[in-house]
Every structure is written in C-alpha cells, then in structure tokens.
Write a protein that binds this ligand. Structure first.
Ligand code: ZN
Length: 261
C-alpha cells in the first residue's frame, strides 16, 4: 500500500483550489466583455432600431418617474431614457445603455402609480445589473462584439443591432436574472419612495391575465420568466425592507394613465 506524503496532499489540494477559483468566474453567467462606456455608446443605435420597428414617444410623466428611481441606483449618474411604445400588449423591456420601454397597453393595465413604478424598477434593475450586455457577450463572444463596438464594419454592425433587437436575444433573461431584478427593484422602490407592494400586485395581475388573455401578456412572459413562487419571493423581500410611508397612487398618475387607455 502506498501512502501519499501529507505535504504533497496539501500542495495538490491547494493547486486544485487555485484552478477552481480561476475557473469559477467563467462558469458564472455574469461574464460581461462590454465596458460600461461601450454599453452607453450603443444606445443610439439600439434605440434607432426600436424606433424603426415601433411607434415610440417620450412622456414627461414617465421620464420623471423613471429618473426618480434611477437616481437611487449605482448608475444614477449615467443618462437613461424612458419611452412609451404604442402597442396594446402589456409589455416592458430594457435595452443596454439605460433604455427602458413601456407599452401603452401595460400603462393602461397598471391601476396605480406603485404598480407602474414596480415594472420600471424591475426593468431598471435589469439595466443596472447589465443583463443585456451579459446576454450579448454569451451569444456573440468577443470577435463580433469588437467589430460592433468599434464600428469597423458599419454594415455588419447595423445588421447585428437589427438581429439583437429583433430576436429578443438581449431580453432572454434567466430565472436568476429575474430574481435579482425583483430583489433590487424592491430596494429601488423603497429608496425612491414607492410602495413595493405595487410590484407584487401588478405581477399577480399579469399572472391572472395569462389565464384569461394570454396573447396580451405573451411577450412579457417570454422575456421575463414568471411564476407564483417569484411573486411570493418578492413578498418576502418586501418584509425585509425598513418600514416607511410610501406612495401608492396619485391623481397625476391617473391623468397620465388616461392618455393611454
Ligand atoms: Zn425581468
């Protein structure tokens, strides 16, 4: 019977730990080869593509609400933009570079200010976590991304942007990404003064709509995997927040909403 000297065993396990530590970050979903600055350079191109495919407009009420939530995040010093997409399905999405889109159909369904703030906070959290450029990194790797970001081939870049926006690669979120966006979204809501119960109520409503009017929420559910368990987890997250007096609804919100009903 041979025995391995103790010192060798220790050296071997230390080497193994070192190897595992160097591998660990690669196996994580959070690899992002796009810098924050590069990400924000893409926003014009991405937005042009959305505007080519949908009728979009800015609304002062939506922008003010979005900016108020963004100011409570770690990317509050970056420029963000909020747009209404004139489309009757209940959908909202975030694209890289601080772009947040909310369908008029979703605004019509959000019964109170805190419900809309809940959707915005969730989308903003996808943005601060940079889930879109993580997905971009995973799908395309560095070679193609470098071409896109450095604008070496404008034709190819335009084609890639069309593909990124059109196929929904940038919003194909994992359940983990959803959990993170919910958790951060709740914290952002409390910090900016909105009642996070609105997020629970609205996601509950969307789940209910999935039974009664599935086509209306199909897009939202395809990009944001949602379950009853997720809604329960949000409720748990709310219980961990400090109790504060928080805004549930305002008359201004109902005026804003009436423009999209
Ligand atoms: Zn989501």
């Amino acid at each position: 019977m041979t025995t391995t000297p103790r010192s060798l065993k220790i050296a071997t396990s230390a080497a193994l730990v070192a190897v595992m530590m160097s591998i660990a970050p690669v196996t994580e979903a959070a690899v992002n080869l796009v810098s924050l600055q590069q990400e924000w350079q893409m926003r014009e191109q991405l937005h042009s593509q959305v505007a080519a495919e949908h009728r979009v407009s800015e609304d002062r009420f939506l922008s003010a609400l979005g900016q108020r939530i963004v100011s409570q995040t770690e990317l509050g010093n970056m420029p963000w933009s909020f747009f209404v997409v004139h489309d009757s399905s209940a959908n909202a999405f975030n694209l890289p570079g601080g772009l947040v889109y909310v369908n008029s159909g979703l605004i019509a369904e959000a019964e109170s200010l805190d419900q809309l703030a809940g959707v915005l906070a969730h989308e903003i959290a996808h943005g601060t976590e940079r889930h879109g450029t993580q997905l971009m990194t995973r799908s395309y790797g560095y070679g193609l991304l470098a071409n896109l970001l450095l604008g070496k081939d404008p034709g190819q870049a335009k084609q890639l942007v069309a593909q990124l926006v059109g196929t929904g690669i940038l919003t194909d979120y994992s359940r983990d990404a959803e959990r993170t966006a919910d958790r951060l979204g709740v914290a952002y809501m409390v910090r900016s003064g909105y009642n996070p119960q609105g997020m629970v109520d609205f996601f509950g409503k969307l789940l209910d709509m999935r039974q009664r009017r599935p086509s209306k929420v199909q897009q939202f559910f395809s990009s944001h995997p949602m379950t009853e368990e997720r809604v329960r987890n949000i409720q748990g997250e709310i219980a961990r927040q400090p109790s504060r007096r928080l805004t549930h609804d305002t008359r201004d919100y109902q005026l804003f909403r009436s423009r999209y009903r």
